[in-house]
Design a protein around this ligand. Structure first.
Ligand code: ADP
Length: 502
């Protein structure tokens, strides 16, 4: 603060001394010029006066001083000469005036240049300060967002990393950045991804966007997302400017979320199986009863006085068929109850829908629901986890049955599979009921977690359906048909098409 205030005061002080000195010299020159008969161009010394005033940097004062010196020169000349003015005296006066004028003009020019230089220096300083400030902001932003910058010059491969990039890679600041240094920190299983990105850059790809893991010397695994853009348009590789984001936290959160979603899907599946107990029991007891009947028949054919082996064989074959059916049902139920990771397989949609209708048929019958299936043949095939697809279908059908149990009219459940008109290359599955329907207000929240209008509802069914369908590259939505009730539709990418595309 003090230096700020004292500086202009010191400058003012200097200016005053210089002005006083200039005035003294001017007076001395004037007196000598006017009162002494010297035959020299003493008035030339006014140049010193002009230079002194010009040194203060004051333009107006310099101009005024120059004019003042011109006047003093002329007055001095008049006072020191009578009417017989010699040619030499006139020449000396002219030289003095010329010297004063030239000095004034040159001084003004120097002043103008100095001022311009000062202005430029001030502007440069302002820009330097702004740059420093934005660099500081950038560093802060990079540290907070865990994002580093990487610039790469190709084909030489010269690199520049920001502080945060060094921190992410866990290298000391004095290390020379290079692709080898990045490879040394890359997770062994992801080295191919990093090499691939580098080769893409070498072949002048415009944008690079990769996610991979780093394995640091202390064993820490980091997930990073690198996006880069080709900054220059030269054909010999050019420069890539990129951002390296440490997305470990996000990745771990996503994995935890996926795990919780899978757990929840499993729990709701098991709950659903509990709700379907009657249906399942029927599915299993029916073939069991048939086995008992066929077994009895086989025994009777064998216990005859003349055992009828052919008939007995037929009954036994029937028993084997029924036993297989029962074990298939049990295998399906076990698959649904088992906790396991998603296992996508190529599935015929129609087959899965048909199988699922059979699984819930008893439950639907209990609600006095009339099922009408309109299944496309040949069936569209999709790549999907079988159990998860069944879970979605059971959920939609059970919701439909519950919505219809509240109405008195006909209870019709229509299930259709077809090629989607709205989404070409997708298989569409429609589950439509004649139940209460969905109000506009509820339609917006239908797929939200914990949204339910049922006293015993958990509100997770449709939310899980949506995550399953979206995880398989599809989408699910609800419509309100003109004839009333609700229509739930979902689409999944068709398998053939995906194969064609590859
Ligand atoms: P829950 O069945 O536990 O309520 P869901 O996520 O399966 O959870 O369903 C959420 C809500 O969506 C239901 O409570 C119901 O209000 C509404 N809903 C779902 N399917 C239908 C349908 N077919 N008809 C009318 N409303 C439905």
């Amino acid at each position: 603060m003090e230096t700020f205030q004292s500086a202009p005061r010191a400058v003012r002080h200097d200016t005053r001394i210089v002005s006083m000195l200039a005035a003294a010299i001017a007076l001395a020159v004037f007196l000598i010029d006017a009162l002494t008969p010297l035959d020299i161009a003493i008035a030339v010394l006014y140049v010193v006066v002009v230079l002194l005033i010009a040194s203060t940097g004051n333009r107006t004062a310099t101009v005024a001083t120059a004019w003042g010196c011109v006047i003093l020169t002329l007055v001095g000349f008049i006072l020191s000469h009578d009417e017989n003015v010699s040619g030499g005296a006139l020449a000396r006066c002219a030289v003095s005036l010329l010297a004063i004028g030239t000095t004034a003009v040159l001084s003004l020019r120097i002043q103008a240049t100095t001022m311009q230089r000062k202005r430029m220096e001030a502007e440069l300083q302002r820009q330097r300060d702004a740059l420093k400030r934005s660099e500081a902001f950038l560093l802060d932003a990079q540290r907070l967002s865990l994002t580093g910058s990487i610039a790469t010059r190709l084909p030489a491969g010269t690199m520049w990393w920001s502080d945060e990039a060094y921190r992410i890679f866990d290298y000391p600041r004095d290390m020379t950045p290079s692709i080898d240094a990045i490879l040394a920190r890359s997770h062994p299983d992801d080295i191919a991804i990093v090499r691939g990105a580098h080769e893409a850059a070498l072949s002048s790809v415009r944008d690079i966007d990769v996610e991979h893991r780093l394995l640091l010397p202390d064993g820490t695994v980091k997930h990073v997302h690198y996006v880069a853009h080709r900054a220059s348009s030269e054909n010999d590789g050019g420069e890539y400017v990129g951002a390296l984001m440490d997305v470990t936290e996000t990745k771990l959160a996503q994995e935890a979320l996926a795990r919780s979603t899978a757990e929840l899907a499993h729990v709701t599946r098991v709950t659903m199986l509990g709700e379907l107990a009657a249906s399942i029991a029927h599915e299993v007891t029916q073939p069991m009863a048939a086995i008992v009947t066929s077994g009895g028949a086989a025994l009777r054919w064998l216990n005859r006085a003349q055992p009828d082996i052919a008939e007995a064989q037929q009954s036994i074959a029937q028993m084997v068929r029924d036993a297989k059916r029962a074990s298939e049902v049990i295998a399906r139920i076990r698959a649904m109850a088992r906790k396991r990771d998603s296992q996508p397989a190529t599935l015929e949609v129609t087959e899965i829908v048909g199988e699922t209708i059979e699984l819930v048929r008893r439950e639907l019958a209990r609600h006095r629901v009339d099922v009408r299936a309109d299944l496309a043949t040949p069936s569209p095939t999709v790549r999907c986890d079988r159990v998860q697809l069944q879970q979605v279908l059971i959920n939609l059908m059970m919701n439909a049955a519950q919505a219809m149990s509240a109405v008195n009219g006909p209870r019709v459940l229509r299930v259709a599979t077809r090629e989607s008109d709205s989404d070409p290359g997708y298989a569409q599955i429609v589950v439509q009921d004649s139940g209460t329907g969905i109000s506009d207000e509820n339609a917006r929240r239908l797929f939200d977690a914990f949204f339910t209008t049922k006293a015993e509802g958990m509100g997770m069914g449709l939310s899980i359906c949506r995550s399953i369908i979206e995880a398989h590259g599809g989408r699910i939505w609800a419509e309100s048909p003109d004839e009333g009730g609700a229509r739930l539709l979902f689409v999944l990418p068709e398998n053939e098409r995906r194969d064609d595309e590859q």
